[in-house]
Write a new protein. Sequence first.
Length: 367
Amino acid sequence: MSSASQSRKLSPKEILAELVAFDTTSDKTNIPMAEWVRDYLAGHGVEAKMLPSEDGLHTNMFATIGPKDKPGIGLSGHMDVVPTTGQPWDTNPYEMVERDGRLYGRGTCDMKGFIACVLAMVPEFAARKLSTPIHIVLSYDEEVGCTGVKPMIAEFEKTIPKPRLVIVGEPTLMSVVDAHKGGYRFRTDITGKDAHSSKPQLGVGAIRVAGELISELGRIEERHKAALSNPRFDPPYASITVSSIEGGIAHNIIPPKCSFTWGVRAMPGTDALGMARELQDYAERELLPWMRAVHPDCNIETHTLGILPPFDSGEGSEARTLVLKLIGQNETYAVPYGTEASHFQAAGCSTVVIGPGSIDQAHQPNE
Ligand SMILES: [Zn+2]
């Protein structure tokens, strides 16, 4: 690996080869990659600020090119990648390979490709008298619930400026994405009452209660589907998925515990937390009275595990208008997957998603 502390111009391809060589799977450290980027920027006279995580294993990075006294345009990417475990790769995923004009390697598309393009432009940005600054905004742990970008956003207007506008370079084949669904994750815990399975009247089977709750989730989804649909999305409604379930001890014991996890792919306007409340109302109305009549400790509780709000840049948003003009397109798209755009938009930065590569190759073997 070549040293980055040089002011030599590198092509996007050369930079991408360097970035892919760092295994920045979310559970590993991304600091060596961040240091490489910091040294590269320093080589072009740009000072980068590292914003490390509390455990010191990861770091965000923020750099400004141009005037320091006003908010500018943020070019945002995440440094982490998804694991390659169990995937049938034809080549070493951490060594970029070019074949038939395509670049292969973990992160080439999601999303070190965009970061490499941004970094390759730095000498040009730095050579210009910019009236509006450009911010390079790099996060960690996007792939495990956008946990890295949140502490960086919390520093906006404290230790780093808040960008006026943010371009999130996730792979969209260079189409402008101005809306996406959000993701809400929940876990519902059921406490029943154990009993010998020959004496069911003395117990409350938690797995059967889970079955009732899961059926109710289907009805909640139907109600919301009837109330809110949006043809920009595929599917055009907020969908609910029950993703895992756990419970039971032995064939002759009424199971006292059951937990299941579920999630909502929410559209802008969907009240996903309201869906969790509807489930609880149903539990309190239809299930808990008879459960507690058998045993007072019976309980049903839903915990929120994670929230990525839906993203909607808005019709006349500054980011949307600027990027459409720059790339000479007049159409925007809505996508079903989530990005950090939700958090930037929620923090008051006008945001769109646009970047090289296709989401179809992201997270796949031979990316
Ligand atoms: Zn990504």
